[in-house]
Design a protein around this ligand. Sequence first.
Ligand code: DLL
Length: 431
Amino acid sequence: MFQPEWEALPRGDLNHLQDERLRRLWERLGASPFYRGAVPRSLAARADPRAALADLPFTTKADLRDAYPWGFVAVPAGAVRRLHASSGTRGKPTVVAYTDGDLAVWADVVARALAAAGARPGHRLHNAYGYGLFTGGLGLHQGADRLGMTVVPVSGGATRRQVTLIQDLKPDGLSCTPSFALRLADTMADMGVDPAHQSLAYAVLGAEPWTEAMRDRIEARLHVKAVDIYGLSEIVGPGVAIECQEEQHGLHIFEDHFYPEVVDPKSGVARAPGEVGELVLTTLSKEAMPLLRYRTGDLVSLLDRESCRCGRTHRRMSRVAGRVDDMLIVRGVNVFPSEIERILLSFATLAPEWRVVLTRSGDGLDVATVHVERQAGPVPERLAAAVAGRIRAELGLTLQVVVESPGALPRPEGKAVRVVDQRTRTEEAPA
Ligand code: DLL
């Protein structure tokens, strides 16, 4: 553990720390243009800040957009050391600000995350998250630096060159999106490089949804132990939560800095442990841009088991099942892309490259077509029909399935694109 004094803090002490930090947060919010006046004075006197949270309003992405760019910044402009932005493609980005103190906390939590994945001081990290406004590249970089690793800041793209660098520089760890990890595996295969004979031992993968089936494929192909890292720029970037390599089961949320709630996305009422709902996070130590009850849009459940073989006391959440706004509704049936992925990858003859394209038929009905690549080599007859049949049987969903040849689907830089919605385009077409 990088910071056992925090990561293994006894539960009672952790609760106490959260209460203290929430009280200080109420005070700090007074300096934020958005929150000024949002926290009633009476709250400061309450003995139970964690319980009091439930009476406070949520903050949403729309609030951040409306306040663009400075409306949430709670420190003088001169105290802001760094800006990043969310990777959202719709409309204006949301800008996030950091003080020196925020950057230090961020480096700490990412160092913790890397250590949980198996990294140690002196190890080498091949960091293939994009550098720039996106928090992945610099976030992992600072954390690796803090842990005392050697960082190879390779960023995204140029996959063949990356394979050569892995062969030559012999990194212990890899950090990138799960889809890029697969691309590296494909490129190694193309180049005749055997991953079993490379130095990589662990991979820290996140920034996009992925499934257990995807983990199995990545671990088998790259010969690494793969753990899931979660975060979002609004809260800090990567390092909000991480799986430990001991259990690889649920992500420990670094609760001394980020207070989690899971709520019903419609009513906002708390969900019990084990029940899936929207993750809501409150920052406990953030200076430049403290956030109160931020609705992440990510669907998770809190695990009810508290103790973990790794010794961390921080609560765990399930991997992200999907986003509130990602749920597909195809002819009245609701489905998350991750459920489709799970079924596709249960076919050994299919590759983990896929996307679902939504269109609208002439009679106004939604049509969903899954395009999935097959593995190289012989393919069973009627594979597409078998896949469609299994999707129908397990999800109650009628989808068209198109099995594409290896390499046929586009590989976006950055996050994987699993859902392509072409329905609006049909509507906007001239009559
Ligand atoms: O993706 C931060 C990050 C960088 C996390 C590197 C992990 C590794 P944003 O660009 O603001 O920040 O996007 C945040 O990405 O709300 C989730 O919907 C999704 N996401 C992030 N990590 C995971 C994950 C970074 N492990 C949004 N599993 C979040 C599923 C994830 N979704």
